[in-house]
Design a protein around this ligand. Structure first.
Ligand code: PLP
Length: 284
């Protein structure tokens, strides 16, 4: 495997960053994960736009143009011979003497890109059976709209899910509303067939897959309501699912101890998963 590290393509085993990289010391950095489908990047434009926003919110300088970054992503995918999988891009504020405020000197941001294959059959198998999720208290900071590498609460939530034999954890705020998954956005279908997902203005990351699925549902004539929903509602929902660049539309058949619908993936989730690429942007 090959990784891109600050201007060089290096063997994965030797891909290293400095001990005083601010990403390593302060989680002072942002990232994107882009799906690779048949050797092409999915929704590159939207991912680049969100990266630009994350960088701007943290006042980290753009390391290079979106076009140049796109080239690095593609080159990393190519060198790793990934047909289906993901490409990971991380930008940190760079290397500086450890001190909390932003470095005064013009430190160049540090850029890392890796790519790896994922067997599409595995994901398809999960989608056929559906996944289980657990719920955990929301304990993240309130700027989760920034796709920062500060992911410790997400890591702990996801591990709690694994420990419970589930695949994902949904964060739940103090009022009982689901915010989102540890690495996915959360959705339900109510008993009237309406698609419900939390508005992306506050408290969640605006998932690229979420945006695509909102468009797709509208196109398919599925009524969609962007509002917060509670765990109680979710437990009684007709369907539930999660979305992300790596899971696409993944049906949820169990939330904690509650079986969703008839315990099988729902038809709306299945349809949206099937149609995903008709609305996504597949860049050459
Ligand atoms: N929410 C969180 C916390 C995430 O980390 C992710 C993706 O990693 C998502 C939602 C889904 O976003 P996307 O569809 O852009 O992958």
């Amino acid at each position: 495997r090959i990784a891109y590290v600050n201007g060089r393509y290096v063997p994965h085993a030797y891909a290293q960053v400095h001990v005083e990289d601010r990403g390593y010391q302060f989680s002072d950095g942002v990232y994107e994960v882009c799906e690779v489908h048949d050797g092409h990047l999915v929704d590159e434009t939207r991912h680049m736009a969100r990266l630009g926003r994350s960088l701007k919110e943290l006042r980290i300088r753009e390391p290079m143009s979106a076009k140049a970054l796109g080239h690095v992503l593609r080159e990393t995918v190519r060198r790793n011979r990934v047909r289906n999988g993901l490409v990971y891009l991380q930008v940190t504020r760079g290397v500086a003497k450890r001190d909390h405020p932003f470095p005064k000197d013009d430190v160049p941001p540090a850029v890392v890109v890796t790519a790896r294959a994922i067997d599409p059959k595995k994901s398809a198998k999960s989608a056929e059976n559906g996944i289980s999720v657990i719920t955990v208290p929301e304990n993240r900071w309130d700027r989760v709209d920034i796709k920062s590498v500060s992911l410790l609460p997400n890591v702990l939530a996801r591990q709690a899910a694994e420990d419970a034999g589930a695949s994902e954890a949904w964060f739940v705020d103090t009022d009982g509303y689901v915010t989102e998954g540890s690495a996915t956005n959360a959705w339900i279908v109510d008993q009237d067939g309406r698609l419900i997902t939390r508005p992306a203005e506050f408290g969640i990351l605006r998932g690229i897959t979420r945006t695509v699925v909102v468009d797709l549902a509208a196109r398919e004539g599925v009524e969609i309501v962007e509002r917060p929903f509670t765990v109680e509602e979710a437990r009684k929902a007709r369907e539930a699912f999660v979305t992300s660049a790596t899971k696409l539309v993944m049906p949820v058949v169990k939330i904690d101890d509650a079986v969703i619908g008839n315990g099988k993936p729902g038809s709306i989730a299945g349809k949206l998963r099937e149609l995903f690429y008709t609305q996504a942007e597949i860049a050459p």
